[in-house]
Design a protein around this ligand. Structure first.
Ligand SMILES: *Cc1c(COP(=O)(O)O)cnc(C)c1O
Length: 352
């Protein structure tokens, strides 16, 4: 630390991203990326757009906002874009949580980091014994409510009806739904944004749309909430979404067939993987995401992670009382999952 850092930041504990090894000797099942490249239409359009990199991008991202609006049957004024959905989440803490924020105690690891950096008073609401979120726990929160649906790292989802109950019972508070994984089998809360003015849905192109490297996120809400977010964006970094990401996002949204095919393959590989893990004696939480959260009696998450890494497969483990038994395994291609299962069998045999 230099002597120049503002003292209020000296205690920050930054978010630790999953390993991003440079050499691709690993099967990478640790950061919930898509195993599939972007749609060929995306790659072609990005190559064309590359020659325009001398010019600033459209700061409103109009073409992409319109495409997202069509996809979700909302108006373009109900949509805004960001440099990864993490950026929009930052604005939630910075600007939309004056009375504090509540989120589950086991959820996306970035939430507590944002609470710290922006000095947002955070209440962590415990998940239930079975790792579920109960709508009632968030009624009349007296502060902003933030829920990842499906939740991470559990993969478990609330129905749209449950989300609606939370929104209805927080008329005076904003309810933010982080839908990073929604396309893998959960119900989107976007239709609720047409009925209620206190819900904000945040999505990303990093998971189901194969664009983690492009950094692209979006928000859908009432036009007033979107105007507030734009006020923040234009007070901080007006060109937050770069030219290549805008074009990539547009074609990723428009190529519906490619998107559907990728999601279908992930869902099928997830079902296969969960069954194989269960046959091996793992307990696997019911996942609506592109990962499974699994544990095996008698072996810690860290141990499984370490042993799998030696065998060339990267997964993620977590510290903390209720999660240290688990590993979070991203669903890759079917071939990758076959290797994972084979390596897991080896690990269990060697540990026995
Ligand atoms: C991956 C993830 C994000 C962030 O996605 P980016 O758009 O890549 O910033 C947000 N929320 C959750 C729960 C995630 O898992």
């Amino acid at each position: 630390m230099s002597r120049f850092l503002n003292k209020k930041y000296s205690c920050l504990e930054p978010y630790t991203p999953g390993e991003q090894p440079r050499d691709m000797k690993y099967i990478k099942l640790n950061t919930n990326e898509s195993p599939f490249p972007p749609s060929p239409k995306v790659i072609e359009a990005v190559s064309r757009e590359a020659s325009m990199q001398n010019l600033y991008p459209d700061p409103t991202g109009k073409a992409l906002c319109e495409s997202i609006a069509r996809l979700h049957s909302v108006n373009p004024e109900n949509v805004t874009l960001s440099n990864g959905s993490d950026e929009l989440l930052a604005f939630v803490f910075m600007a939309l949580s004056e009375n504090g924020i509540a989120f589950p105690d086991i959820s996306y690891g970035f939430y507590p980091v944002y609470a710290k950096v922006f000095g947002t008073d955070a209440v962590k609401v415990p998940l239930h014994e079975d790792f579920s979120i109960k709508a009632e726990d968030y009624y009349n929160a007296g502060r902003t409510v933030l829920i990842a649906n499906p939740n991470a790292p559990t993969g478990m989802a609330l129905s749209r009806d449950e989300i609606e109950k939370i929104v209805k019972n927080n008329a005076e508070n904003l309810v933010v739904i982080d839908e990073a994984y929604v396309d893998f089998g959960a119900e989107s809360a976007v239709p609720l944004t047409k009925k209620y003015d206190n819900i904000l849905v945040i999505g990303t192109y990093s998971k189901s749309r194969s664009l983690a490297g492009a950094r692209l996120g979006y928000a859908i809400a009432s036009k007033e909430i979107i105007a507030d977010l734009n006020r923040m964006i234009f007070s901080f970094n007006p060109y937050n979404v770069n030219r290549l990401a805008l074009v990539a996002g547009y074609h990723a949204t428009e190529d519906v067939d490619y998107f559907n095919a990728c999601v279908k393959k992930i869902i099928s590989a997830r079902a296969w993987t969960a069954k194989e893990l269960e046959n091996m004696g793992f307990s696997v939480l019911p996942s609506s995401a592109n990962f499974v959260f699994a544990k095996k009696e008698g072996i810690s998450g860290e141990k499984i992670y370490t042993r799998l890494k030696e065998k060339g497969v990267l997964v993620r483990y977590f510290s903390g009382k209720r999660v240290s038994d688990f590993v979070r395994i991203t669903i890759g291609t079917h071939e990758q999952m076959e290797i994972l299962i084979e390596k897991c069998k080896e690990v269990l045999n060697e540990e026995a």
